[in-house]
Structures are given as structure tokens and as C-alpha cells.
Design a protein around this ligand. Structure first.
Ligand code: BGC
Length: 256
């Protein structure tokens, strides 16, 4: 791994497992990222094996902090009890254990949206922002991070709030994957997002929404059509936020 990197980040998503060495002084990749497709059967063994391949690919030294952004609520020392978008056999496992075993070194695991929110707060669109920031990731699912005066309140699962009128689980109605599956236009999708962000606004009175996930690259196509009163900005680190935030979180945990 090249010398400007101080930590290594991995972001596990429903479609890809992405990794890169991260320069934490500048909050950017120290080398171009590697993406390996998430296996159709995304079991603990299959996913952990890919993470090990990525560590090998970048020749990550044993003393480099390794952070993994994972799409489920993560409580260290507890077994996983909820999984929306990877294989259900993750439920009942100790996720940190699974990765540490396969990678042959201790790793730090953090919820993927929390990682992205932390990165935006430290290096991106929410930098220096006081009050309540709700950072969201729109992808296979919807992830959320609540950050109040710079402090993360971890493991919020607001992608799963129930929408009114029998629409049910929010991410099954408004995630970016739903826009793809249903071939919704950006404007139509923005109407769904208005319903979603409107509820978050009603319940939490945030000071800022940060909208992330791969689709934030296209933010000019849908952000202007989401009708909320709260200021709303696209994520600055875009789809890199999960990797950068996971690396940052691993470094924080290491120095504690
Ligand atoms: C999961 C969250 C995750 C989000 C984004 C949701 O389905 O429950 O933990 O942050 O997807 O990946």
C-alpha cells in the first residue's frame, strides 16, 4: 500500500464490494478503488472472502487500521439481528468476528450509512455544520446517519420507517434500486422522495439533509424536485463516503 494512506476502507453494498486505501489528512482515496461485484449468494463466507482478496490486492500492511462499512445496524460484541439486503444467513453472526477471522487481523465494522455520514461531517458536505444533520444514502436500500453537533448517533434505521397509506417500508418505495426496477423518471422518483424526506422532517426537524449514494452523482436531476423546507445538499464525497468514513472510523477506534 502506498505511503500517503493511513487507513484502509471497505464498503459492502448490495451490488458491489468496494475498497481503497485512504489518505485521512485530506479525506480522499490514496489509490483508485477496487470494486468486486457482490456475489448473488451474499453469505458471510462469500463476502468476507472478497474483502480478504481486496486487502491482498492492495497489500495492506498488518498494522494499518481496516474499517468495513456494512449494510446493517452494528453493535460491537452483539450478534446481528437484522439484515435487509444481504443473505439472511448473516443474522446471528458476529460480523466483526466473521471479517476479522477471514482477514487474519482485527477489523472495525460500522454501519454503512453511519460511515458515509461521518465522512461527510469530517470532510464533505456537512463539515463544520452544527445542529442536526441527517445524512442519507440512496442505493439498494436507504441508509441514514444522524449527527448532532458533530456527534454521531449510530445505527438509526430510518430507511425502514413505515410510510402512510399502506405504502409500508420506506426503502421498498423510495430507494434508488426501486427507481431502477420500476424505470421511474427522476421527477416521479422525486415525488416519492418528497414523501419520505417530508416524514423525516416532521419527526426530527433537522437543520440539514445530505443526500448520498451512487445516484447523488445525478443529484441535479432529482434534488430540485424534492419539496422540503429543510436545506438539502448532495453528498460531496458521493459514493466514496462509505469507504472514507469506514477508514476514518477504524483510525478513531485504533487511537482510542
Ligand atoms: C439497512 C441499513 C443500511 C441501508 C443502506 C438498509 O436496508 O437496514 O442498515 O444502512 O440499507 O445500505
Amino acid at each position: 500500500m502506498i505511503e500517503t494512506a493511513q487507513a484502509f476502507g471497505v464498503d459492502i453494498g448490495g451490488s458491489g464490494i468496494k475498497a481503497a486505501p485512504v489518505n485521512l489528512e485530506e479525506g480522499r482515496f490514496a489509490q483508485p478503488r477496487l470494486k468486486i461485484l457482490t456475489p448473488a449468494e451474499s453469505t458471510p463466507q462469500a463476502v468476507a472472502r472478497i474483502v480478504r482478496q481486496e486487502l491482498d490486492h492492495f497489500e495492506v500492511s498488518p498494522d494499518t487500521p481496516v474499517g468495513i462499512a456494512f449494510p446493517a445496524p452494528i453493535k460491537p460484541g452483539h450478534k446481528l439481528d437484522f439484515m435487509a439486503n444481504l443473505d439472511k444467513s448473516w443474522i446471528g453472526t458476529d460480523v466483526t468476528e466473521v471479517f476479522s477471522q477471514e482477514c487474519g487481523r482485527p477489523v472495525t465494522v460500522v454501519n454503512d450509512a453511519d460511515a458515509a455520514g461521518l465522512a461527510e461531517q469530517q470532510f464533505g458536505a456537512a463539515k463544520g455544520k452544527d445542529g442536526l444533520v441527517i445524512a442519507t444514502t440512496l442505493g439498494t436500500g436507504i441508509g441514514t446517519a444522524l449527527i448532532y453537533d458533530g456527534v454521531l448517533i449510530p445505527n438509526t434505521e430510518l430507511g425502514h420507517i413505515e410510510l402512510a397509506d399502506g405504502r409500508g417500508d420506506a426503502e421498498k418505495y423510495a430507494a434508488s434500486s426501486v427507481r431502477d426496477q420500476k424505470s421511474l423518471s427522476y421527477k416521479k422518483w422525486a415525488r416519492r422522495l418528497t414523501k419520505y424526506y417530508g416524514l423525516l422532517e416532521k419527526y426530527f426537524s433537522p437543520d440539514l439533509f445530505v443526500v448520498g449514494g451512487g445516484v447523488s452523482r445525478q443529484s441535479d436531476k432529482f434534488l430540485p424536485y424534492i419539496e422540503v423546507r429543510t436545506p438539502m445538499v448532495p453528498a460531496k464525497l458521493r459514493n466514496e463516503a462509505g469507504i472514507i468514513g469506514a477508514a476514518y472510523y477504524a483510525m478513531l477506534k485504533r487511537t482510542k
